[in-house]
Design a protein around this ligand. Structure first.
Ligand code: COA
Length: 233
């Protein structure tokens, strides 16, 4: 018996054409380019691409419950210096300090620094200090997440974990300097201010002419606070 051919209604045919058109549009080189860029972006930045007319694909969102067990946070040890140095080097935006300075984090500043481990490797860190003259302020020197871990809340969790350490028991303010071009960094501190229900200000930090040579942007001073110290919350 000959198979009966299903007749396509005019409406169904219209829908099919529409779908094909959409598919063809997504596959234009320009849209494909947007898609690739969007995939490499932080989820929050993906929204910006979409706003700009790009076709960001919905990638697997980070699962907060699963991610809670993804990392192990611990104080750095001297032997972590090289791995921290590598994360800073790979970031491409942070000032890369001497290898010696990253050895010092584990050796002399471990109380106010943290590393995040995943599967035994270091994938993020925060370095900071609580100045003796400003015991209510945690100055965050550098914070970074490995590229593979961005957009999962790692940097935020590192700072929150830092605030709950004994060395931060009196801390009600966070200070950090950021360059105006580092938008992810600014977003991180804004998000922290929101989470901590605290104020957020940007003021004068280190002017460009304080740096030797040419080409260093001015650093603006970000201040988050006041907030309730984590230990007393
Ligand atoms: C800045 C940096 C540490 C953020 O790390 P991360 O682990 O991806 O950050 P989180 O996932 O914890 O995000 C924290 C907040 O910042 C936002 N954010 C982070 N990166 C962003 C980006 N590229 N675009 C838009 N928003 C971004 C997040 O959406 C989140 O806000 P939310 O809670 O409102 O959603 C990371 O991009 C990095 O290592 N950059 C290079 C080093 C650097 O610039 N360090 C900061 C200066 S010391």
């Amino acid at each position: 018996m000959r198979p009966r051919r299903a007749a396509l209604s005019r409406r169904a045919f219209g829908r099919l054409v529409q779908q094909l058109e959409q598919h063809i549009q997504v596959m234009t080189p320009e849209n494909l380019q947007n898609r690739v860029q969007a995939d490499a972006l932080h989820p929050a930045a993906r929204a910006d691409v979409q706003d700009a007319g790009g076709t960001a694909t919905a990638s697997t969102p980070a699962n907060p419950r699963k991610d809670a067990k993804r990392y192990r946070f611990r104080a750095p040890e001297t032997g972590d210096g090289a791995a921290i140095y590598k994360i800073v080097e790979d970031s491409g935006v942070l000032d890369l300090n001497s290898a010696y300075s990253y050895l010092m984090l584990g050796e002399y500043l471990a109380d106010t620094c943290l590393v995040a481990e995943r599967k035994g490797g270091i994938v993020g860190f925060v370095s900071g200090l609580v100045p003796r003259t400003k015991p209510e302020t945690l100055f965050i020197w550098q914070v970074a997440s490995a590229e593979s871990e961005r957009g999962r809340g790692l940097a935020k969790r590192l700072v929150h974990a830092m605030l709950s350490r004994p060395a931060c028991r009196h801390v009600r303010y966070i200070e950090a300097t950021v360059t105006p071009s580092n938008k992810p960094s600014k977003r991180l501190f804004r998000a922290l201010a929101r989470d901590l229900d605290a104020g957020f200000t940007i003021g004068q930090g280190f002017d460009a002419d304080l740096f030797p040579g040419e080409g260093h942007e001015s650093e603006r001073l970000i201040r988050v606070g006041p907030f309730q110290p984590a230990a007393s919350a």
